[in-house]
Design a protein around this ligand. Structure first.
Ligand code: ZN
Length: 296
């Protein structure tokens, strides 16, 4: 017997998930995904990496793109903005998932960027008309991160493709926010949210720690891109790491911290909703998805 299904029934439901961290409400929103598995890895035995992807049922391998909205005390911050129109048709879904979550982009008062790669800044500005998608938001970016990618001499040294994606894209996307840019070095970026430097993937790559009451949640940005492999083998980097050794050092430090403290993390490239714990396992670590929470 065949079952007729309409086109809309074949589409996935909206990718929105909420948890509460103390008094802070965190909403995970998917921006979609791009293709990518072992091919983007560096400094790892390829057969070992493939074996991990196979064992964890991660084929066909994709790199998911997540963003997170943080709400507390009448304030609303979004952490990263997805890829917009820069990385293919399977990404750039943030706007529709924001709508599904009932979050008005006009109500967002802070945009925090973990770093300014295209899959994090691409949703800042409408490419068609050059208008900010978050017109009432201050844009918080690490001073180190901004200085590196906005440096014209560094841009001139990049190849054509890298120049378009890593230098021209952020110039286009950050342009309408120039007069409300907050370049930070450290400290509290939003009530209850503190920034933690995590350099290596990019020079100013920054995580943020949400702490409220006895609860905490680390938004670890791009600590990993191929999560199962890089937690099993913390030395494994990706082709996009600006400083591979620095990125590996940061991964080891962050993995040790969250495993020791049994602290939940969310990541921009962890399987949606991207909420995980990290346990020590063999020579490395393994991710344990946070069980579904029925109540807030
Ligand atoms: Zn990324």
């Amino acid at each position: 017997m065949s079952i007729e299904v309409t086109q809309s029934a074949l589409a996935q439901v909206s990718a929105v998930y909420r948890i509460r961290v103390g008094d802070v409400l965190v909403t995970a929103l998917s921006d979609g995904y791009v293709k990518g598995g072992e091919a983007i890895l560096r400094n790892v035995d390829l057969d070992a990496a493939k074996a991990v992807l196979h064992a964890t049922h991660r084929y066909p391998a994709v790199v998911e793109i997540n963003t997170f909205v943080v709400q507390y005390s009448g304030r609303t911050m979004i952490v990263d903005t997805g890829a917009g129109g820069y990385m293919g048709r399977n990404a750039g879904c943030l706007a529709s998932n924001l709508r599904a979550a009932g979050i008005d982009s006009l109500a967002i008062d802070t945009v925090f960027l973990t770093h300014i790669h295209p899959d994090h800044v691409g949703g800042l500005t409408d490419k068609a008309d050059g208008k900010a998608r978050f017109p009432n938001a201050e844009l918080a970016v690490s001073a180190d991160e901004y200085a590196y990618w906005m440096d014209d001499a560094t841009m001139q040294r990049a190849g054509k493709n890298d120049r378009a994606l890593f230098f021209e894209c952020p110039r286009e996307q950050l342009a309408p926010y120039r007069d409300r840019l907050r370049l930070f070095r450290d400290g509290e970026i939003f009530p209850g949210v503190t920034v933690l430097k995590a350099p290596g993937h990019t020079p100013g790559h920054t995580m943020c720690l949400i702490a409220s009451g006895a609860e905490a949640l680390l938004i670890w940005g791009d600590t990993v891109h191929v999560p199962e492999v890089q937690t099993a083998f913390p030395h494994a980097g990706v082709v996009f790491d600006v400083d591979p050794q620095g990125a590996a050092d940061t991964r080891r430090r962050v993995f040790d911290m969250v495993a020791t403290d049994r602290m939940p993390v969310v990541g921009m490239h962890l399987g949606f909703p991207g909420l995980m714990y990290l346990d020590r396992h063999d020579e490395g670590y393994r991710l344990v998805p946070m069980p579904w929470r029925h109540t807030l």
